[in-house]
Design a protein around this ligand. Structure first.
Ligand SMILES: [Zn+2]
Length: 150
C-alpha cells in the first residue's frame, strides 16, 4: 500500500507519464532509425569505394591523426563531414567494425555508455536521439513520428 500511495501522488504520476512517452516514442522511431542507419552506412562506404576494403583494427582513432590505411581514412573523413558537431565518438566502435552499419551509427551517439552495445535493440532513447541529431538526416521523419507518438 505504501508503494501505491507513493505512485498515486502527482509527481511520480508525471514521471510515469513522461517515462511512458519516451518508451512509446523510442519504439515508434526505432524502425526508421535502423533504416536510416543502413542508408547512411551505404553512403559513407560509397566515399571509399575506389579503395581496397579493409577490416583491420587501427587502434585509437582521432579527428586528425593520420590512419595508415586510405580506406579507413576516407571513411573517417566522411563520418566527420556528416557529423553535425563534427565530433564523432571514435571509442564507440573500432575500425574493424565499421563494415557494420550499427557500429558506424554508434559513432554518432554519446561518447559514454554505448561501446559494448551490439544492436539497436540495446540502445536507449538518448542514444537514438543523439544518432538522429548528429547524423542530421532525419528531421522531417522524426518530427512526424514524434507527433504520432504523442
Ligand atoms: Zn583499414
Amino acid at each position: 500500500m505504501a508503494a501505491y500511495r507513493i505512485f498515486a501522488s502527482p509527481e511520480p504520476q508525471n514521471w510515469l507519464k513522461q517515462w511512458r512517452a519516451v518508451f512509446i516514442t523510442r519504439k515508434a522511431i526505432l524502425p526508421s532509425v535502423k533504416k536510416k542507419s543502413r542508408h547512411l552506412h551505404t553512403n559513407i562506404l560509397q566515399k571509399a569505394s575506389n579503395e581496397q576494403t579493409c577490416s583491420l583494427d587501427h587502434g585509437r582513432i582521432s579527428d586528425n591523426k593520420p590512419i595508415p590505411c586510405r580506406y579507413h581514412e576516407k571513411l573517417r573523413n566522411e563520418i566527420i563531414a556528416i557529423h553535425k558537431r563534427m565530433k564523432p565518438s571514435w571509442r564507440n566502435a573500432s575500425t574493424d567494425k565499421w563494415l557494420d552499419s550499427f557500429d558506424v551509427a554508434k559513432l554518432f551517439m554519446q561518447s559514454a555508455g554505448y561501446e559494448d552495445k551490439r544492436s539497436f535493440d540495446e540502445i536507449d532513447f538518448n542514444g537514438l536521439a543523439a544518432f538522429i541529431y548528429n547524423c542530421g538526416e532525419f528531421t522531417s521523419t522524426v518530427e512526424t513520428l514524434s507527433d504520432e507518438a504523442r
